[in-house]
Ligand binder design. Structure first.
Ligand code: PLP
Length: 369
């Protein structure tokens, strides 16, 4: 396999731990182990007793049970826990695709959603979100992208980087298309449950039937990236089993302390969701005001879910802007080129508590330049 560098992760590697303000993070504000355990009386003592042996490869049964509750019809044995969503993406691609297969991938996208398949010698067709349509996907395009070698469609909603939430009608149509054409649907739902209007939440793809695999993680909506706990949920045993078997070659099983903490977190996930959505909504207000004051600099399609958005810089070059901003003001934005975007977009993160201070710094920089 020939994997190209993961552009976004390499960019973060340069800045994440030496820059004062990360204004482009995709995860929500994290918390300490003590704060997490305080959500559930008695859990602190139990945590101390966590056994540090190997755990069940599919994931601890208690954790799988909590994960299954996120879905309408998924059973604990249909959940496979991984080390982050990233491991699950890697193993799904490895288990279900082979050289010369073709997949269709929602674009722009988190790089591994296409890169792993590309590295295996598969062909990738991007299915492009259109800014002029508020980042919606055009369903008519899907049938034109189909080939006889198409094996899977990969979508991500709520979407990284645009914060676009697919309509219920479109999501149902994608599921039907995949079923009618006997494909697999890999549905990256790592930002699910962070819809600004919960009434707009989509059913998870895995609840539609065996054609689908839903991807989840504790990192984004729940703000616990350091746990490195992700999962897939699927009713499809022919997909589940080869992935479970490949996991013996990557991590074998998950970290026991992380599994304990993830189970506590998911049992209390509504508290985490409320906390994180309230941070996002306050931050959205700050960004709305900034973009109103600087309407000649920035334009965006306001996100409808999740902790990120994809505004456009209207003056100058976005790479130069981001480089200069981080150097002179200590504020990190992520240029759209990390997503192969050539239209001057950048990613902004809405989930961190210090966003108002980061925006003050950004504004001071804008006034100076
Ligand atoms: C759409 C999407 N999928 C998967 C991942 C990977 O999640 P994790 O880093 O928690 O494994 C990310 C992380 O940014 C993401 O944005």
């Amino acid at each position: 396999m020939n994997l190209s560098p993961f552009k976004l992760e390499r960019y973060f590697a340069d800045y994440e731990f030496n820059t004062e303000f990360l204004l482009c993070s995709s995860d929500c504000e994290a918390m300490s182990i003590a704060d997490l355990l305080a959500l559930e009386p008695g859990s602190s003592d139990l945590f101390q007793q966590t056994w540090l042996g190997y755990t069940e490869s599919q994931g601890h049964p208690g954790l799988r049970k909590e994960i299954s509750k996120i879905y309408a019809s998924i059973q604990p044995e249909e959940v496979l826990v991984h080390s982050g969503a990233e491991e699950a993406i890697f193993l799904f691609m490895l288990a279900t695709l082979k050289e010369n297969d073709h997949i269709i991938v929602h674009a722009p996208h988190y790089q591994s959603l296409s890169e792993v398949a590309k590295g295996m010698g598969c062909y990738i067709s991007p299915w492009r979100a259109r800014e002029e349509n508020k980042w919606a996907l055009d369903l008519d395009e899907l049938s034109h992208l189909m080939r006889s070698s198409t094996k899977a469609i990969v979508i991500n909603t709520p979407h990284n980087p645009t914060g676009y939430l697919m309509s219920r009608a479109d999501f149902e149509a994608v599921n039907k298309f995949v079923q009618d054409n006997k494909l697999l649907l890999f549905s990256d739902e790592v930002y699910r449950e962070s819809e600004y209007d919960p009434a707009m939440r989509l059913s998870a793809a895995c609840d539609f039937g065996e054609h689908a695999v839903s991807l989840g993680v504790t990192s984004k909506t729940y703000g616990l990236a350091g746990l490195r706990v992700g999962w897939i949920a699927t009713k499809n045993k022919k997909v589940y089993e080869p992935i479970a078997s490949l996991k013996d070659y990557t991590t074998i099983c998950n970290s026991a302390p992380s599994e304990f903490l993830a189970e506590v977190a998911l049992r209390n996930r509504h508290k985490l969701i409320n906390r994180n959505l309230s941070i996002i909504k306050q931050n959205l207000g700050v960004i709305d005001e900034l973009f109103t004051r600087y309407a000649s600099f920035f334009a965006w399609v306001r996100p409808t879910a999740g902790s990120i958005g994809f505004p456009k810089l209207l003056k100058g070059d976005i790479e130069d802007f981001c480089n200069d901003l981080v150097k002179k003001a200590g504020v990190l934005l992520l240029p759209g080129s990390m997503y192969d975007d050539s239209r001057n977009h950048f990613r902004i993160g809405l989930g961190r508590k210090n966003l108002p201070q980061a925006v003050e710094r950004l504004e001071a920089y804008l006034k100076r330049s």
